[in-house]
Design a protein around this ligand. Structure first.
Ligand code: HSE
Length: 436
């Protein structure tokens, strides 16, 4: 059978990885796919570099429209990123009857509903394994491997940059700004790291996983997003003394009232496997009612790890290209007519436990005032740490871990605690998950 023809939009880190792995493993891949998979056309603004990276073996153009309009191309790989041009090209490719593979999490998390609808109407596939956690086949696991389950929750370390920064902060006791600079110097963090450090990248990935897990439309705008910029080395140290590590987690959970969808720094027990995922690695925990807890670990970024996911999608599409569209795996795991309208909960309605750090005057009655406020709000204390004031100091830190309570409840209690004349400045609040 003649090979399937692929057009590549953007040949940067992931694009060149895809080209190289596809070439290196072509025989193995063809044995799996049932026919050859061949990149025959590449669009990139830097045509010279693109020609060099593809050893002059493929047609290189500087206008991506030439690829999405080429009648010989069966599958378009979109690796441009962003929502503007990339969205336009993906929709054009679909309109031209081409299947699409994309690593673009921002595009799927914000415009996925529109893209899937267009693809369904046209009877083509849109695959996006590389959009979530790089080389970890988490989309495949959620959409197919765990299909028997009612998914209860997902908790993931799905941003390598922030995990690298948090690991360094813990290891070396350094503050966020110092480690960020080092991460940029080493090339782990981008020159503009905003999407990573503010939690946006993780929220894009979480939004996609939540849709597949619970059969809801993608709703990035409903996600609660907090990054790691306010974290201090002090909190990482105190958390450790209490038996916890702080990770930037993406958490989505089905509750009786709706779906939680949140990214924020989180204390997790240091004995959990996921708490020990260090450096730029990614890991995703999924709890299903039948299977229990499962854990997926690997590289969440990088040239060949991400290419591994892109090519898995190419193979899937190649195998299913001739199948009746009705018999393919639905984009978001659930049949389009069976999607749920379960609401995504605002953060005030989320129930979890909390780490609170407050700086207080070291004198009688302060602790009693704080615990009274918590007791009056029916917030139960799980553990507490009070530091000896340093030599000559009259103020000290109190750290408390609470049992579960609603976010609106803890917020009200914190406002009262901050109003006490003996409490200096603001209370640091970090959410805590046992993941048990
Ligand atoms: N910037 C992402 C990260 C990788 O740091 O994990 C691409 O999603």
């Amino acid at each position: 059978m003649k090979s399937i023809k692929v057009g590549l939009l953007g040949i940067g880190t992931v694009g060149s990885g895809t080209f190289n792995v596809l070439k290196r493993n072509q025989e193995e891949i063809a044995r799996r796919a049932g026919r050859g998979i061949e990149i025959t056309m590449v669009a990139d603004l830097n045509t010279e570099r693109a020609t060099e990276l593809t050893n002059g073996e493929v047609k290189v153009v500087n206008d991506a429209n030439l690829v999405v309009n080429d009648p010989d191309i069966d599958i378009v790989i979109e690796l441009i990123g962003g929502y503007g041009l990339a969205k336009d090209l993906v929709l054009k490719a679909i309109a031209n009857g081409k299947h699409v593979v994309t690593a673009n999490k921002a595009l799927i998390a914000t415009h996925g509903n529109e893209i899937f609808k267009a693809a369904q109407e046209k009877g083509v596939m849109v695959a996006f394994e590389a959009a979530v956690a790089g080389g970890i086949p988490i989309i495949k696991a959620l959409r197919e491997g765990l299909t028997a389950n009612r998914i209860q929750w997902i908790a993931g370390i799905i941003n390598g940059t922030t995990n690298f920064i948090l690991s360094e902060m813990r290891d070396k006791g350094l503050d966020f700004d110092v480690v960020l600079k080092e991460a940029q110097r080493l090339g782990y963090a981008e020159a503009d790291p905003t999407f990573d450090i503010e939690g946006v990248d993780a929220a894009h990935k979480l939004t996609i996983m939540a849709s597949i897990a619970f059969g809801i439309p993608v709703q990035f705008d409903k996600a609660h997003v907090e990054g790691i910029t306010k974290l201090q080395a002090t909190d990482i140290r105190y958390a450790e003394q209490l038996g916890y590590r702080i990770k930037l987690l993406g958490i989505t959970r089905q509750t009786a009232n709706g779906i939680e969808l949140r990214v924020h720094p989180t204390l997790i027990p240091s004995g959990r496997l996921i708490a020990n995922v260090e450096g730029a690695m990614n890991a995703v925990m999924v709890r299903g009612d039948a299977v229990g807890e499962t854990l997926y670990y690997g590289k969440g970024a990088g040239s060949e790890p991400t290419a591994s996911a892109v090519i898995a999608d190419l193979v899937d599409i190649t195998r299913l290209a001739t199948a009746d569209p009705e018999h393919r795996v639905p984009y978001l795991a659930f049949q389009p007519h069976a999607m749920a309208s379960t609401p995504v909960l605002p953060i005030q309605d989320v129930t979890t436990s909390y780490y609170l750090r407050m700086h207080v005057a070291d004198k009688p009655g302060v602790l009693a005032d704080v615990t009274r406020i918590l007791a009056d709000s029916s917030i139960s204390i799980d553990a507490m740490l009070q530091k000896e004031p340093s030599e000559g100091e009259t103020q000290t830190d109190i750290i408390m871990l609470t049992h579960q309570t609603q976010e609106r409840n803890i917020e009200a209690a914190i406002a009262k605690i901050e109003a006490l004349s003996t409490v200096v400045g603001t209370v640091m609040k970090i959410r805590l998950e046992e993941l048990g």
